[in-house]
Design a binder for this molecule. Structure first.
Ligand SMILES: *Cc1c(COP(=O)(O)O)cnc(C)c1O
Length: 392
């Protein structure tokens, strides 16, 4: 009976072209093998290629023994699950960011759905960019705090909202990402932080999910690159993308850390990630500053791809390693994705409601283990396929 209801709903999704299915995938370097086809993986968030790097794994594994190969923390950190390596990673993060404290969570999703409800209540206004990630939206909803959105990356609109709402709330929290996952564009963090000089009850929450590891001299993200680490109250990120590990984190004041340990439900009520995983994270964090050549390579292949797309007359909001190919109509995005997959490039179409109506696209995400040759062949195939599409 209930299955019939679910099936009808699934049929509706399928006919609207919004049905999701899992595609078992094998990975090898920057390639993915799906359904027997080997393709360049343009949908991965392994931005530095660390998760795919077998040499790194070998090096790391040389330091393992049955004693430290601990695959479970066996409880929440609030009980007996607070292992020395947990505290070590947090001290490491705080030191790298030059801030008082850090706290690590089981994922970036836990981080965003946990922190916002802990720090924001009815007397808090949350003002979020129109395009923030679903996990931030869920965190905002769970907080029960009043909230409003400002137009994407439009600091004038943000300021207008602040001047209208200032004085009505105990605090206002501005929630943004540093690099946005669909357009690959950056937030103007410096200007956003300057608003704190005008409105004294405002704090700033930045999710660096797509920039951590990738930007900044030592890879801390966009705030490091823009030299405004000290101005951001809540710097968050994930280890699941460029760092090639798993977990979310916040870098903050010692007081905020203590407050979250006492108030953040996903932190209190879930078993901590296994110590083995924290060791891997810590090992990679130690090496992150020296990975500058990977960051430079990623920046340079990304610029080559973006420049080519601009030369074909495509709109290009991105100035990062996330490169959208905006096709407008959904059907064009779907057919172009299919043809690119046939030619050995794994790309997926992104359609409304994930992106605004009329801005369907392919989202190409580049990784540092892609050679300039592979990017050149991608550019050629894109050029051919887009001309074909125009002639039809
Ligand atoms: C991917 C992502 C997350 C979720 O991080 P996970 O560690 O994968 O759970 C959170 N915020 C943003 C902006 C993201 O892109």
């Amino acid at each position: 009976m209930t299955d019939r209801y679910f099936q009808e709903e699934l049929d509706r999704l399928e006919s609207a072209g919004n049905y999701r299915r899992l595609m078992p995938a094998e990975h090898s370097g920057c390639d993915v093998v799906i359904g027997g086809r080997r393709m360049l993986d343009l949908s991965s968030n392994d931005y530095l290629g660390l998760a795919a790097d077998i040499g790194l794994r070998k090096e790391f594994m040389a330091g393992l023994s049955p004693e430290n190969f601990q695959m479970s923390s066996s409880s929440s950190r609030s009980l007996s699950g607070d292992f020395p390596v947990h505290e070590q990673v947090e001290r490491q993060l705080a030191a790298m960011f030059g801030r008082e404290a850090a706290l690590v969570f089981n994922s970036g999703y836990h981080m965003n759905i946990g922190i916002l409800p802990a720090i924001a209540g009815k007397d808090t206004l949350i003002v979020a960019d129109k395009l923030v990630h679903a996990s931030l939206i869920d965190g905002i909803r769970l907080s029960g705090a009043p909230f409003c959105r400002f137009r994407h990356n439009n600091t004038e609109h943000l300021e207008a909202v602040l001047s209208r709402e200032y004085g009505k709330y105990r605090q206002i929290i501005i929630v943004v990402e540093s690099v946005y996952s669909m357009d690959g564009d950056r937030a103007d963090l410096e200007r956003i932080c300057r608003l704190k000089d005008i409105y004294d009850n405002v704090s700033v929450y930045v999710d660096e999910a797509h920039a951590f590891g990738v930007m900044g001299e030592i890879g801390l993200g966009l705030a490091e690159e823009l030299n405004c680490l000290a101005d951001i109250d809540y710097i968050c990120g994930t280890f699941g993308k460029a760092l090639g590990s798993v977990g979310g984190f916040i870098v903050c004041s010692a007081t905020v850390r203590k407050y979250l340990i006492n108030r953040m439900r996903p932190f209190i009520f879930s078993t901590a990630l296994p110590p083995l995983n924290w060791m891997w994270t810590s090992w990679l964090l130690d090496r992150l500053p020296a990975m500058k050549p990977l960051r430079s390579h990623l920046a340079s292949v990304s610029a080559v791809l973006r420049d080519a797309l601009v030369s074909y007359g495509l709109e290009m909001p991105s100035d990062t390693h996330i490169v959208p190919v905006i096709t407008g109509e959904s059907s064009r995005a779907v057919s172009l994705a299919g043809r690119l997959q046939d030619k050995g490039f794994f790309v997926l179409p992104v359609r409304p409601p994930t992106v605004p109506e009329g801005s369907s696209r392919l989202r190409l995400s580049l990784t540092a283990n892609m050679s300039p040759d592979r990017i050149e062949s991608l550019i050629k195939v894109l050029e051919d396929e887009m001309q074909l599409a125009d002639k039809k």
